[in-house]
Design a protein around this ligand. Structure first.
Ligand code: HEC
Ligand code: HEC
Ligand code: HEC
Ligand code: HEC
Length: 111
């Protein structure tokens, strides 16, 4: 009986792991449509968080900042300039957030 109880715990652990990787397998529509795969972002360490510099290999944000037309400019704000890490607002595997609204009440949605 001892072994079958252990088996049940192992099964629960497996379900838990499977659920977590299911969430990670969901990438944002804008990246899915562009055909991105996991290792476009997760370069050498597949399952660790992604540095801003890796986002910039494609987005080169400073050069593109005039494309971001909604005021105020979150990518070059009076407080932080262009230096905020993407992960303050953009998440890949869950809903993004509006970090500025920790203090403000801006009406914008982060893709
Ligand atoms: C566009 C870039 C991008 C792509 C493509 C991407 N990820 Fe991620 N991933 C991230 C970012 C950024 C995080 C940090 C948490 C977040 O943003 O949700 C992350 C976090 C994770 C984590 C959690 C790691 C941790 O320690 O926090 C796992 C696991 C993961 N990704 C797996 C995957 C898998 C599997 C794929 C392919 C199906 C994938 N990712 C595709 C950017 C990406
Ligand atoms: C391999 C190239 C690549 C990497 C790496 C990458 N992206 Fe993208 N991203 C794209 C492409 C292509 C699009 C769709 C076309 C566009 O809007 O430029 C896109 C779209 C987006 C959009 C939505 C644009 C819109 O119009 O709504 C956001 C936000 C974004 N990326 C953020 C990030 C963040 C944050 C990271 C790092 C975690 C990242 N991207 C990494 C290629 C990349
Ligand atoms: C303070 C929050 C915040 C941070 C930090 C941030 N973004 Fe954004 N981003 C937004 C919001 C909000 C939008 C939606 C457009 C808007 O409202 O101006 C956006 C739009 C985008 C877009 C779509 C372009 C467009 O023309 O709308 C891309 C690509 C993008 N961000 C990439 C990045 C990358 C790469 C980083 C890190 C270098 C980053 N963002 C950091 C909030 C942020
Ligand atoms: C920790 C709180 C906090 C956060 C987070 C924050 N702000 Fe502010 N912000 C303030 C305060 C306080 C003021 C008023 C300062 C003043 O008027 O002297 C202000 C003023 C501003 C102003 C008007 C003043 C000016 O210099 O033009 C803009 C625009 C602004 N913030 C944009 C942003 C954006 C964009 C973000 C997100 C990237 C952001 N803020 C995040 C606290 C914050």
């Amino acid at each position: 009986m001892r072994t079958s109880l252990l088996g049940k715990f192992q099964l629960l652990a497996l379900i838990f792991i499977a659920n977590n990787s299911y969430a990670a397998n969901t990438i944002k529509e804008h990246h899915k449509e562009s055909g991105l795969s996991c290792d476009d972002c997760h370069i050498s360490k597949p399952f660790e968080s992604v540095e801003t510099v890796q986002c910039l290999t494609c987005h080169e944000l400073p050069e593109r900042k005039t494309d971001y037309h909604h005021k105020p400019d979150k990518h070059d704000s009076p407080h932080y300039g262009p230096s905020l890490d993407c992960e303050n607002c953009h998440f890949e595997h869950e809903d993004s957030v509006n970090f500025c609204n920790d203090c403000h009440e801006f009406d914008f949605k982060t893709p």
